[in-house]
Design a protein around this ligand. Structure first.
Ligand code: GRF
Length: 214
């Protein structure tokens, strides 16, 4: 097993897209700083101004860009600017970390195989919003988080890895969210590290880890 402990000159360039607090972004920043990811965060892009994730980027001296979707006349115009900006950082990997815009297939297609998303459910369960509430309403005994490659289907690309949490009778939407969030912060850096060390690949719509189909 090849495990990188330092940022090498051929380290992967990562662009992170956010819309909010950026706690997953922080987990990635910390993992890069610790040398757990053979990569560097080249830029953070937010579709919302003033969010805390932008402060995290600035504190880490990572270029932070706001592309406010409300400034654009429709989804296609917003996405055109978004892809132009992403491409200007020449990324090897694009990481959606709480990025709350639905993306058109025309936007996603050129990035297929190099764009990851984290979703707070055990996919294919609970695509979309309010996942913790839905797990509670359905009386699920377990819940969790998934990291997947992004394809044109919302929360529908091939799943790479999941972490489970137990749902207790006493759990509320908030307590469940906190438990899942803790798992997210461990899982996402791990998967990003796999991608950057080329252990994780995407071929013909399928995810592979160390050459084995997942
Ligand atoms: C996380 O729960 C993630 O799974 C979902 O959006 C949330 C982002 O949180 N896609 P943060 O901005 O990383 O704190």
């Amino acid at each position: 097993m090849i495990q990188s402990t330092s940022v090498e000159s051929n380290s992967a360039r990562i662009v992170v897209l956010i819309s909010g607090s950026g706690s997953n972004l922080q987990a990635l920043i910390d993992a890069v700083d610790m040398g757990a990811i053979n990569g560097e965060i080249a830029a953070v892009i937010s579709n919302k101004p003033g969010v805390y994730g932008l402060d995290r980027a600035k504190k880490a001296e990572i270029p932070a860009v706001v592309i406010d979707h409300r400034d654009y006349d429709g989804r296609a115009a917003f996405e055109a600017e978004l892809s132009k900006t992403i491409n200007s950082f020449s990324p090897d990997l694009i990481v959606l970390a709480g990025f709350m815009r639905i993306l058109n297939s025309e936007f996603v297609q050129p990035y297929e195989g190099k764009m990851l998303n984290i979703h707070p459910s055990l996919l294919p369960k609970y695509k979309g919003l309010h996942t913790h509430r839905r797990a509670l309403e359905n009386g699920d005994k377990e819940h969790g988080v998934s990291v997947h490659f992004v394809t044109a289907e919302l929360d529908g690309g091939p799943v790479i890895a999941q972490r489970k949490v137990k749902v207790e009778n006493s759990d509320t939407e908030q307590s469940l969210q906190e438990k899942v969030r803790q798992q997210e912060h461990q899982l996402y850096p791990e998967v990003v590290a796999w991608f950057c060390s080329k252990r994780l690949e995407y071929k013909n719509g399928q995810a592979f880890f160390d050459g084995e189909a997942l």
